[in-house]
Every structure is written in C-alpha cells, then in structure tokens.
Design a protein around this ligand. Structure first.
Ligand code: GLU
Length: 474
C-alpha cells in the first residue's frame, strides 16, 4: 500500500495581522510537511463574518509569502479541495450538519446568551467547570415546534456521549484523555446559521485529507470535541500537535516592545525573513546545528519530537543574532533589494556599482537605513567628521596629508598600496598610519575594510578629502 502523503495546513482567521506566534505555527506546519516531502495547504477560516476582513486575508497571504512559505493548495492557487475559504463552503457544512442531525447526534438549543452566561456564572461559583447544562437536550418535538413557530432561532448542539472519554496521542504533549462528563454538548451551528469553529475546522481538515495539525495549545481543549464530530461522521481525523505559547520576558504575553509586534512591523524595521525563519524555527524547537540554515536545511532537520513542552520566550537579542547571520549569508542581489527599500539608496548608488557597494558594507549593517551613511560617504558628500576622526587627523598633522597627496598617483592597485606608499614617505606605521587615513577618507574611525572602499571612491574624492584633512591641521 502506498504510504499516505503527509499533509499539513495553516488555517488563519483573517481577523487581524500576522504576529510571531501564528507565524511560528505556520512555519512549523510548513517545515513538517517539507521534511516529509508532503504538502502544505492554506485555508482561510473566515466564518466569523463580522470580524473577518478581505484586507486581512490579503495581508496574511503577503506576510506568509514574505516569510518564504509556499503552499501547494490555497485560496490563491486552487487545488483538489476547493474552495479554500470557509465562507465559500457553506453548502458542504450544511450537508454534513444534516447528516449528524439525521443520526440524532444534534438538537436545537434555544437558550439565549444571557441564560447561558448566568448558568456559567452559577457553575463557576459552585466550583464546577462551566459546561452546557443540557437545558434543551430533552425538548420534545412539540416543544421544539412551538418555539420555532414563535420565530425563535435555535443554535444546533452536538450531543456528547454521557459516558466514556476521548483519548488521543498529541504529537507534542503525548497521551491526552478528556472525560465526556466534562465536555458539555457544544454548538456546531450558531443561531445565525453559520457553522461554529469546532465543526468547520474539524470537517475541513478531514475533507482536505490533512494528516497532521499543528496549532496553538489554546486549542487543546477543542480537540476532543472535534474528534467526536469526526468520529460521528465516520471521517478520518488528523493527528494533532499543540504548540506551547510564545511569551515575552517573565512569562508575560509577548509585547510589541519585545519585538512581538506584527510581521509587518518587523519587516518595516528591516528584519530579513531568513533571519526571522531561522529564529522562529528555533523558538521552542531544537536544532542540533547552531549555524544559519537554508530553508532546505531547516526542513531536513525539523522534527516534531524536538518541540519543547514549556512556553517559548521570544528574545529580541536572539533575533538580532539571526539578523546578523542573514545579512552575512544573503546573496548580493537579494541584499540590494532589501537595501533598495530605502529610497535614497537607489538614488545615491549607481546601478553598476550596486554589487560592489553591497559587498563593501554588508559587514557593517543590520538594517537597510544603516547603509545610508555609507552611500553618502562613498557616492556623496563626506558627512561631518566625528570628534575622534578630527583628533586622529590633527595628531597626524598636515605634513602627513601633504605626503599622502604626493604619493596618490603611485597608489594604483589598492588601498594597501597607497598606505604603504604613505608609510614609506612619512615613516608612520600601524594604527597611526591607518587611523588618520580612514578618518580623512570616511569621516569615521570605523567601518568597512578600506581595501573594499577604495575602488568605490573616485580619485577626485580621495584627493579632496586628503586636502580637507590637511586644512584641518592648520
Ligand atoms: N482559525 C483558527 C485560528 O486561527 C485555526 C485553529 C487551528 O489551527 O485549528 O485559531
């Protein structure tokens, strides 16, 4: 028999922006599928018409694509299980809800939200877990008819077996057991006719042949309900794995300040998606390799058994580490596109110099804006000299710069050549030689290697800057 393809999915509700928590869920799901040569699908859970918005869906798709995730099926790429947007699947839900109703597994519930809230409060006050008390479970057909005739709109509840328990083996948390006594009969269709999350989510996973579901642990208690629905329908359930939460420092929910804002904010702040992916893949999941990994390597070594049970803590310093690595590893075309998000850079850096520019400055920046100063230094005007640069220039003295200008025509092959010629002419060496030259040519005491900067600086610029330095010494 052919082994079943491993299929995972990400099923966001388009009710807000994508944050690092749900980005990690999407990433783990995509990596799990990629590791097994399986398929990753995207499903939009937009049954909550009031809170779902088309622009959030557009943003979610764009954010996932920016992150570098590829889905084989989804609302934008189609697939064998269309439609991939739950708001377009009402007919399917109706069919399966009818099936459950025919089997006597459901009943209409006329309880109002106020009645339910009161019952809940009473149960909590008595120290009992809140669960539906079963008020409408025993209504006779006549009682139901009377209520319907009065124009009341019922929700539809799923009848949970009174005895026994639902057990499953969570991919991350191991054996789970939920006694049916603790699960109240739950709503599968709201009074407005829309399917409840428990129902559409479970049904779609089964109909879309999803084999593995990774999702936040806030969904753990939903799982027995979903397994009961699928069992009643005779559908194959996926394996579920519930990921621990992503928290900020001190176990508090992740705050914006800690880098826990939306993906958009991280992107706007210049974070490279490769950096975020390398970090998120390690947020609550352990890789034996500690170096920067490509997508293929991340997928190859992903193992759901290496997901921890404890909450993961988002640490901005770690993200910065992966950002540094991502800048180091990106190819120059990729890095230029990243830098080009700063409009001044496209204006300052000549098209034919982009690669050299990127290779010169990549070791000195973590954000695109930081390249701005180097574009100015190389292709524009020298910014105001730093205090330390002035000191270095003044202590070298005007004779030093006069000599440097004299030997300039001899410096053909590069900065080392030039520095040697200055050294030969002045007898100055080491730091006392390099520091004033760097200060004069860049206005700063540190920065990219001079050897790399040199070919980008025109002879006229070099000369003017040496002259300026000489003048400063007077
Ligand atoms: N739409 C649900 C959510 O965003 C999906 C939960 C799940 O992955 O099963 O929380």
């Amino acid at each position: 028999m052919r082994a079943m393809t491993l299929r995972t999915r990400f099923a966001p509700s388009p009710t807000g922006q994508m944050h690092v928590g749900n980005a990690r869920t999407a990433l783990f799901s995509a990596l799990l599928a990629a590791q097994a040569g399986g398929e990753f699908i995207l499903r939009i859970e937009d049954t909550d018409a009031e809170r779902s918005r088309a622009e959030f869906e557009t943003m979610l798709l764009a954010d996932l694509a920016w992150l570098g995730l590829h889905w084989q099926e989804g609302p934008d790429v189609s697939g064998p299980h269309v439609p991939y947007r739950q708001s377009e699947r009402s007919r399917i839900y109706r069919t399966f809800i009818d099936k459950l109703a025919e089997q006597g597994r459901t009943y209409p519930c006329f309880c109002t939200p106020a009645e339910l809230a009161l019952a809940r409060k009473t149960q909590l006050a008595a120290g009992q877990p809140p669960r539906y008390a079963g008020t409408c479970a025993g209504l006779t057909t006549a009682e139901i008819e009377t209520r319907l005739a009065r124009g009341l709109k019922p929700a539809l509840r799923f009848r949970v077996p009174e005895n026994g328990a639902t057990e499953f083996d969570d991919l991350i948390r191991g054996a789970q057991r939920f006694s049916h006594r603790d699960i109240g009969d739950f709503v599968i269709r709201r009074a407005d006719g829309s399917p409840a999350f428990f129902f559409s989510n479970a049904l779609d996973d089964a109909l879309m042949s999803v084999s593995h579901v990774l999702r936040g642990e806030d969904h753990l208690a939903n799982t027995p309900r979903q397994l009961l629905i699928l069992e009643a329908l005779g559908l194959r359930a996926p394996r579920y794995g519930h990921l621990p939460l992503v928290l900020g420092a001190g176990n508090a929910p992740l705050s914006k300040r800690e880098g826990g804002g939306s993906l958009r904010e991280l992107r706007r702040a210049g974070i490279l998606p490769e950096a975020l992916v390398n970090y998120l893949a390690r947020l609550g999941h352990v890789y034996a390799l500690e170096n920067f990994l490509s997508w293929a390597e991340l997928a190859r070594d992903f193992n759901v058994a290496h997901v921890g049970h404890a909450p993961a803590h988002f640490d901005h310093a770690q993200l910065e580490h992966w950002q540094r690595e991502a800048v180091k590893h990106a190819d120059s075309g990729r890095l230029w596109n990243w830098l080009a998000e700063v409009p001044e850079l496209t204006a300052l850096v000549p098209a034919e110099r982009r690669t050299e520019f990127v290779e010169t400055v990549r070791g000195n920046l973590l954000r695109p804006v930081e390249a701005r100063v180097w574009a100015d230094i190389i292709f524009g005007k020298l910014p105001e000299l730093s205090g330390a640069s002035r000191t270095a220039i003044r202590s070298a003295g005007s004779e030093f710069f006069a000599a440097a200008m004299r030997v300039l025509p001899e410096a053909h092959t590069g900065f080392a050549d030039f520095a040697n010629a200055v050294s030969a002419a002045t007898g100055v060496r080491g730091r006392k030689l390099f520091m004033p030259l760097r200060a004069a040519l860049t206005g700063l005491e540190h920065g990219p290697e001079m050897e790399k900067l040199w070919p980008l600086l025109t002879a006229a610029r070099v000369e003017a800057r040496l002259q300026h330095a000489a003048a400063l010494c007077k």
